[in-house]
Write a protein that binds this ligand. Structure first.
Ligand code: ASP
Length: 361
């Protein structure tokens, strides 16, 4: 059974096929209006969402399918203490495919172990958000015409910004990618991501502290919101919340064909005046999200019918250690639910939690 938990669950070729299918859907919408007739999508959202949940809902409706689900964990049996594993074992009786968002890192991976139907990770804690990545890739394809040979700046909350983590992973499989990380010290990319990038000889990256110093180099500027809900310390949030603001003055130094992406919602990191700049692609990006989710749902349902196996060559070592370590990450699903402590042994000998990628101590 194929799921989409991490962007690298799809090979580069499969990713590009889904992006191409989304482009075909854009060109021939009517042809897909009954593509998922008789199928049901369950949207299990344990954490607030506007865009992603409605985008999934609207995607399934445009494919002629139906949607069930919840958008508030308190209105489901979770409030009675039900585990993710049990919830999805119940949902599989009612639906053909699941889109799950959860505040705990690794929850969709746990769901995929028990669901028996395809599970799509619609965002797990500050870990990953692979369907936002497909959205970003479709937007980059439509706006720039390529995925390779470009300089992309990621700005803002690179620590908790799950969309950043997933997009970097996806892009790091292409050649000629230069990543520039623009963040305050407190919001640097997590160690596991930095280590992965260091080990990747195809990709170059550097860290800077201001947007201005790199603006003229960028082909894509990926802005992010400081993820208030992930801070354990409010004072720390107050210190970094206004770190970066993109305004028309800064846009003056950017290339004429640079594009600005943002997964949204925006708070104050892009001023309203930038919206009128043709390089601001973030509202076009939202619409692309619906089309690429249509392509993904359609593809995963087809793969489920065919019983199609994974084709990816694993990025990580495939040797798993079960219950030999305990994940130190409080945000990991394994810290609250009764799941096996599952660790992958990495090529350098260290072990990483399979749910949240945190290193074993
Ligand atoms: N909508 C994106 C996410 O769910 C970005 C954000 O919330 O800032 O991660």
């Amino acid at each position: 059974m194929r799921h989409l938990i991490d962007p690298t669950d799809l090979t580069v070729e499969e990713t590009e096929r889904i992006v191409a299918l989304a482009e075909d859907i854009i060109a021939h919408r009517a042809a897909y209006s009954e593509a998922c007739k008789g199928k049901k999508l369950a949207t299990l959202f344990y954490e607030p969402s506007t865009r992603t949940r409605l985008s999934f809902t609207s995607a399934m409706m445009e494919l002629g399918g139906q949607v069930i689900g919840f958008s508030d964990a308190n209105s489901s049996s979770v409030s009675k203490g039900e585990t993710v594993a049990d919830t999805v074992r119940v949902i599989r009786c009612f639906a053909d495919i699941i889109a799950m968002r959860h505040f705990k890192e690794g929850a969709p991976l746990v769901a995929s172990q028990y669901a028996g139907i395809p599970v799509i990770n619609a965002g797990d804690g500050s870990h990953a958000h692979p369907t936002q990545t497909l959205t970003d890739l479709l937007t980059i394809k439509r706006e720039k015409g390529r995925f390779d040979n470009m300089t992309i700046g990621f700005c803002g909350d690179l620590k908790f910004g799950r969309t950043v983590h997933s997009l970097i992973k996806a892009l790091s499989r292409y050649s000629g990618i230069e990543v520039i990380l623009i963040s305050p010290e407190e919001l640097r990319l997590p160690d596991y991501m930095l280590q992965e990038m260091q080990a990747n000889s195809r990709l170059t990256f550097r860290e800077v502290r201001t947007m201005e110093e790199v603006m003229p180099e960028l082909d894509v500027l990926y802005m992010t919101r400081v993820q208030k809900e992930r801070f354990l310390d409010e004072e720390e949030f107050d210190r970094v919340k206004n770190s970066f603001v993109l305004d028309p003055e800064k846009m003056k130094n950017a290339k004429p064909d640079m594009i600005v992406l943002h997964p949204l919602p925006r708070v104050n990191e892009i001023t309203r005046a930038v919206d009128n700049d043709p390089r601001a692609a973030y509202f076009r990006q939202v619409e692309n999200g619906k089309f690429v989710r249509m392509a993904l749902i359609y593809t995963l349902l087809q793969w489920a019918d065919e019983n199609r196996p994974y084709e990816r060559t694993p990025v990580f070592g495939e040797e798993y250690l079960v219950n030999e370590h305990v994940c130190p990450n409080r945000r990991c699903i394994s810290s609250t639910e009764d799941v096996d402590q599952l660790f992958r042994r990495m090529p350098d000998g260290t072990c990483r939690c399979a749910y949240c990628e945190t290193k074993a101590r």
